[in-house]
Design a protein around this ligand. Structure first.
Ligand code: UDP
Length: 263
């Protein structure tokens, strides 16, 4: 699939056109940002790992009946996806209190929530993605009540599936952010809601079940060090990467030399 013009460049990914108007290429960069772009760095190898981890997770979700934008991985950094019109909302699911929730409501860090908490944030960098209510979403026409009803059900199901996947590899899913869009389904000749973007240690909080060691982007946000090693640990436990590979020793100019398992 040949890459066409750049359609959009975000903080961690670039979207390119393809010859097919309904398909685009999603390229994973090594750039890491936090605190609304105030902190920036390149984390060598992050894009390669997130591409693989997100492929693995979206494929598993799709096998459980969740509709996603993912079609196939093209190479180390790119995947072919359905072009989707993204809702301007970040859907956040929390199982354990940490991050902005603890600050906003003075909830003790690590509080296990009675039930998963769904939050909605308006995607607007200039405003630092403020939390909004469903009423804001409906009033401003960012999505309809019908869309949100459907998305809430899918989101809770995704939380159940992801919790299970991570529990199976000794990791607690603390919280995560997902995005949805509307994409064309040529089989039914209709637009439908699909899970979009990525699911990776950039977008989830993942704690080792026994030690509570953070295996996610908080290592970057909080300067805990060993960022790439943590992402690599997640990939290894998911059995996407063989034990002996050490991504920090890989020359990314020759990225094809990384040993990943074939599907
Ligand atoms: N998150 C994300 N992108 C964002 C904001 C949040 O992927 O722009 C994820 C984050 O990694 C965490 C969850 O959403 O898994 C909840 O984030 P929180 O609001 O606590 O983020 P903080 O403000 O602490 O970074």
């Amino acid at each position: 699939m040949n890459k066409g013009n750049k359609l959009y460049e975000g903080k961690a990914k670039i979207i390119y056109e393809t010859k097919d108007k309904n398909l685009v290429i999603q390229h994973f960069k090594d750039d890491a940002t936090a605190f609304n772009n105030l902190k920036k760095a390149k984390v060598e190898g992050k894009g390669v790992l997130n591409n693989r981890i997100s492929e693995y997770i979206l494929t598993n979700l799709s096998q459980c009946g969740i509709k996603t934008h993912f079609i196939k991985r093209l190479n180390m950094r790119e995947q072919l996806i359905k072009k989707a019109e993204i809702f301007p909302i970040e859907f956040i699911v929390r199982n354990v209190a940490t991050g902005s929730l603890t600050k906003r409501l003075d909830i003790p860090e690590g509080t296990v929530l009675e039930r998963p908490l769904l939050e909605y944030c308006y995607k607007k960098d200039e405003l630092e993605d403020p939390i909004v209510s469903k009423e804001h979403i409906y009033s401003f026409g960012w999505a309809t009540e019908k869309d949100i009803k459907e998305i809430d059900i899918i989101t809770l199901r995704i939380n159940d599936i992801l919790t299970g996947i991570f529990r199976g590899i000794g990791i607690k899913l603390i919280d995560f952010k997902i995005e949805y869009g509307k994409a064309w389904n040529k089989e039914i000749n209709k637009n439908e809601i699909v899970l979009a973007d990525e699911i990776s240690p950039d977008t989830c909080r993942l704690w080792d079940m026994k030690t509570e060691k953070k295996l996610d982007k908080d290592r970057f946000r909080k300067d805990l060090g060993n960022v790439i090693q943590a992402y690599q640990e997640v990939a290894r436990r998911l059995r996407i990467m063989p034990e002996e590979t050490n991504i920090s020793e890989v020359n990314f100019g020759k990225a094809t030399s990384i040993k990943f398992k074939k599907k």
